[in-house]
Structure formats: structure tokens, C-alpha cells
Design a protein. Structure first.
Length: 171
């Protein structure tokens, strides 16, 4: 082998090594980017669904990871913290409930914009959702049943406490 052939062989090996390393790093970067997008999209989907059913374990989980998943987006994090601060009010008034709902929708909007849905998911679409009448009635009945169960349990507890107190007073 001549000196030129040896140099060309070494350059070829270096090129192959650099290309292999570059492809590994590029592949890893693209996988990370795809995973982050999937996480962001999961949060958007969970929050869109929570408009219908109210809070679910998935939507609460999603809210609690916004600071991590959207660490690179000050706008989304600010919208999240605005919403979170509004939710800290005990016994909110009707106006405060409306402000909380608007802040939640604003958070959803900012997440959608971050994901590239700026002109594809409008404010009106975020504020409106589909719920069949039968499902709405079923959810309402479930809520009423839970309220009745809670009231019944409170009455039973009250009677038990009265009986316990009267027995202690009779001693």
C-alpha cells in the first residue's frame, strides 16, 4: 500500500466513524424530540377530555407535569401558574369560577399553540365540546347519587354521634 492509499483508508475509516456517531446522536435527538412532543400532546388531550368529564386522574397527572414537560415554554408555564393560582381560592364566586374556566381554556390554547396548532385549534373549539345528552344525564345522575350517599352517611354519623354523646352524659 502506498502512502496515499493508507491516508485515504484512514480518512475513509474516520468518515465512517463520524457518520456512525453522527447518525446515533441524530437518532437519539429525534427520539427525544418525538417523546417530548408525545408528552405535550398527551397533556393537551387529557385537558381537552377534562372539559367533558371534569377532573380525572390523567388530567390531574398532566397538570402536575406541565412545569417539566413545558420547561422550555415560558408562555405555557405562565398560563399554567395563572390557572393554578386562580384555583387556590376557597369557595370561589361565580365570577371567579368563570375566570378559572377562562384561564384553563387559555392554558389549553397556549399548549395547542406550542404544539403547532395555532390556526388549527381555535378558541371557540376549545370552549365547546361534544357530550351526548344520555351521557350528560348519566353523569348528572351519578353526581346526584353520590350527593345522596354523602348526605345519608352524614346523617348516620350524626345519629351515631348523638347516641354516643347521650350515653356518655347518662353515665
Amino acid at each position: 500500500m502506498t502512502k496515499t492509499e493508507i491516508i485515504l483508508t484512514i480518512i475513509g475509516l474516520i468518515n465512517a466513524l463520524v457518520a456512525a456517531l453522527l447518525s446515533v446522536f441524530l437518532s437519539h435527538h429525534l427520539q427525544n424530540k418525538s417523546k417530548k412532543r408525545d408528552d405535550k400532546l398527551r397533556i393537551l388531550i387529557d385537558l381537552m377530555v377534562s372539559r367533558i368529564y371534569g377532573w380525572t386522574p390523567n388530567s390531574v397527572h398532566s397538570m402536575n407535569i406541565i412545569d417539566i414537560v413545558f420547561a422550555d415554554s415560558k408562555i405555557v408555564k405562565d398560563a399554567w401558574h395563572n390557572y393554578f393560582n386562580l384555583c387556590k381560592v376557597n369557595n370561589p364566586s361565580e365570577a371567579q369560577i368563570k375566570d378559572i374556566e377562562i384561564a384553563k381554556n387559555k392554558l389549553i390554547e397556549e399548549i395547542a399553540i406550542n404544539l403547532g396548532y395555532k390556526d388549527k385549534l381555535t378558541w371557540n373549539e376549545i370552549q365547546s365540546f361534544y357530550i351526548p345528552k344520555g351521557l350528560d344525564e348519566n353523569l348528572s345522575k351519578q353526581h346526584s347519587l353520590q350527593e345522596m350517599q354523602l348526605q345519608t352517611a352524614q346523617r348516620i354519623l350524626s345519629v351515631v354521634n348523638k347516641n354516643s354523646n347521650s350515653k356518655q352524659n347518662n353515665k
